[in-house]
Design a protein around this ligand. Structure first.
Ligand code: ADP
Ligand code: F6P
Length: 321
């Protein structure tokens, strides 16, 4: 393989730049040509590309977001879109492609593989919801940003003796909410993976904490829960008499300089992805398992199961009183 392409797709995640840098330099140092594709699959369809040399990836390791931009691409859901993308890749001279993104992006990558474009996926999403890997690029930074914000919210909740309800990201998964909840000492963490009744489960816990002398409460809610934070706040106020305030952290969690952990895992995975392509191994997803970099068949990777740590969820609540 002489020429590879790299793109970032789906939600951006801090650390993606470290993966781009590592993959690009590994390929260049091994005599390959590297083409950066701007704006995810949209860029591939349009041939919106940039030549990546070693200098292109200088001074990006500490930057949040992705220097290749990212996007979502509707055309990829149609077979014609996939065919067009593979033809475009051939026209540009791309023989192998690295896709840095979430499981949606990997679904697109499978289809590219099926049409004959060798592809390797690197897990990059703040949600940490990719089944085959213990860790996705961006998760650690997003957790730390949420923790820092909630520590501030705790100061004001404590001063006003209120309940602070914070919505964190995680489209369909509670991984972010759970780790953040444990790290901030939340009274409760609400995730889509676990059914809950606000009146019974959340309010009764708050009432018990109040009896114990606790004057403020932090509730972390994953955006994937099928109840909105305003409704939760209204129920808590009505049932416990404690004034409640809501904060939706939103995209703040996706920005900022990546943590050391995100940079290190991204660097290792970027390097590994190029090694796979160089060794003729494609249609793979790079993953972290027990702190080691490994790889899986892309279809197998997407069919695997991963669930949140329910014991940790129980622990969070039990040590809140
Ligand atoms: P993420 O990769 O972060 O999970 P999305 O789910 O939004 O983000 O997916 C990113 C892009 O990947 C989509 O806009 C689309 O172009 C492509 N994609 C997602 N799912 C599929 C699919 N089933 N088939 C083809 N392409 C897909
Ligand atoms: O996939 C990462 C993520 O940040 C999810 O947690 C969130 O639901 C989604 O992306 C939001 O994406 P956007 O606002 O860019 O459409």
């Amino acid at each position: 393989m002489k020429t590879i392409g790299i793109l970032t797709s789906g939600g951006d995640a801090p650390g993606m730049n470290s993966a781009i840098r590592s993959a690009a330099r590994t390929a260049i140092n091994n005599g390959m040509r590297v083409i950066g594709i701007n704006r995810g699959y949209n860029g591939l369809l349009k041939g919106d590309v940039v030549e990546i040399n070693s200098n292109f990836v200088s001074d990006i390791i500490q930057k949040g977001g992705t220097v290749l931009y990212t996007a979502r691409c509707k055309e990829f859901f149609q077979p014609e879109g996939i065919k067009k993308a593979v033809e475009k890749a051939k026209e540009i001279g791309i023989e192998g492609l690295i896709v840095i993104g979430g499981d949606g992006s990997f679904n697109g990558a499978i289809k590219l593989c099926n049409e004959g474009l060798p592809t390797v996926g690197i897990p990059g999403t703040i949600d940490n919801d990719i089944k085959c890997t213990d860790y996705t690029i961006g998760f650690d930074t997003a957790c730390n940003i949420a923790v820092e914000a909630i520590d501030r919210l705790r100061d004001t909740a404590r001063s006003h003796e209120k309940c602070s309800i914070i919505e964190v990201m995680g489209r369909e998964a509670g991984f972010l909410a759970l780790d953040v909840g444990l790290a901030v000492g939340a009274a409760d963490v609400l995730v889509p993976e676990m059914k809950f009744d606000v009146e019974k489960d959340v309010c009764e816990n708050i009432i018990a904490r109040k009896k114990q002398g606790k004057t403020h409460h932090i509730i972390v809610v994953s955006e994937g829960c099928n109840i909105d934070v305003k409704t939760i706040a209204d129920i808590i106020e009505k049932k416990t008499g404690i004034e409640s305030r809501i904060t939706v952290l939103g995209h703040i969690q996706r920005g900022g300089s990546p943590t050391m952990l995100d940079r290190v895992y991204a660097a290792k995975m970027g390097h590994y992805a190029v090694e796979l392509l160089m060794n003729g191994k494609c249609n793979r997803v790079v993953a972290i398992q027990r702190d080691k970099v490994v790889d899986f068949d892309i279809k197998e990777a997407l069919s695997m199961k991963k669930t949140i740590d329910f014991d940790a969820l129980k622990l969070c609540k039990s040590i809140s009183k």
